[in-house]
Design a protein around this ligand. Structure first.
Ligand code: GTP
Length: 323
């Protein structure tokens, strides 16, 4: 299972796993938080079977779906060797792990190999420090607490002293998991795939209620706003709007991503933001006759839906038509 806070590098690692040679055929279950699904377009085209679960968070509302997909996969088990589940950045990994022990059919056929938690070295401390309402877990803490392997990603964004602080912080939450420093999630895959690292006895030692406590509450103050608009964008206006938005509200906008249509370009434009950091690159070519449209999503706190919609629509070269 791949877990880790929003934007920590889960899809980056997944893409590595799907493209590097390791001799394993992988089936993928992707769960995404956000009103508009983007990740399907960000996961590299691969031969592997990819299932998406986008109607809620894997750790609660769609757990039934997870069981159904796993069961369906088991009926064609000759087609793959391993299953990777990528959770949303806001998921509590415990209920997902429980699925492998509490559902008899799954427990008898599948083994949870490891919970691999991605960490964004530059942003993790802010999320670990977040105060949550009574009874609501801090997802970032849970994801680290349950990790069998921690991929300490984005070491390029911090200096040695900050990195050492993050390691101390991680150790305070999880004393045992191996910590693998990485950039662009470039870990040795032998350390995260097929490692037999999940140990139920160890989990029960630190969390005796692990198999019985199925209740958990999400932080409902984190929400998403999705935009799906046909039309083409003026690149300068887009850059100015997005730049200002993330500079002024990047503390609250944890994650942003989108697949956009820039005027004058025959390729899709893919942008990815994590707080104030923004990256963009050309994606695949628009196909002949394909409608130019823009899908993007913002995830965070205090999102002003109307302002996001009008701000974005003003970047279109023509009036946008809801797709
Ligand atoms: N600077 C830097 N950026 C990175 C590194 N690894 C990944 N990124 C960037 O971080 C952004 C988020 O990476 P993803 O792999 O999509 O993260 P994720 O955890 O799948 O994100 P969600 O699914 O939205 O939670 C992308 O823009 C990546 O290019 C790294 O080591 N250093």
């Amino acid at each position: 299972m791949l877990t880790g806070f929003l934007g920590s590098g889960k899809t980056t690692l997944l893409n590595r796993i799907l493209t590097e040679q390791h001799g394993l055929r992988i089936a993928v279950i992707e769960n995404e938080f956000g009103e508009v699904g983007i990740d399907d377009a960000l996961v590299l085209d691969a031969e592997e079977e990819i299932f998406e679960m986008n109607n809620g968070c894997i750790c609660c509302t769609v757990r039934g779906d997870l069981i159904r997909i796993l069961s369906a996969l088991m009926r064609r088990r000759e087609r793959f060797d391993r299953i990777i589940i990528e959770t949303t950045g806001l998921a509590d990994p415990a209920p997902v792990a429980q699925t492998f022990f509490m559902d008899d059919e799954i427990a008898s056929q599948l083994r949870l190999d490891a919970i691999v938690t991605l960490v964004d070295a530059a942003h993790v401390q802010t999320h670990l420090d977040e105060a949550k309402p009574e009874g609501v877990e801090n997802e970032a803490v849970e994801q680290l607490a349950f990790a069998d392997k921690v991929v300490l990603n984005k070491t390029d964004l911090v200096d040695d002293q900050q990195l050492a602080q993050v390691v101390t912080r991680i150790r305070g939450i999880n004393a045992l998991a191996e910590i693998l420093p990485a950039q662009q999630a470039d870990v040795d895959l032998a350390k995260v795939l097929d490692v037999h690292a999940f140990d139920l006895d160890r989990v029960l030692e630190s969390d005796p209620q692990f198999l019985t406590d199925t209740e958990h509450q999400h932080d409902t103050t984190v929400t998403s706003v999705g935009i799906d608009l046909a039309g083409e964008l003026d690149e300068d206006r887009l850059n100015a709007w997005l730049g200002t938005l993330l500079r002024t509200q990047g503390a609250d906008i944890f994650r942003s991503k989108g697949i956009l249509a820039l005027a004058g370009s025959d390729r899709q434009y893919v942008f990815q933001g994590v707080h104030m950091l923004l990256e963009g690159e050309n994606g695949r070519q628009w196909q002949a006759g394909e409608e130019r449209r823009n899908r993007l999503v913002f995830i965070g706190r205090n999102l002003d839906r109307q302002r996001l919609n009008t701000g974005f629509a003003a970047c279109l070269t023509t009036a946008g038509v809801p797709a």
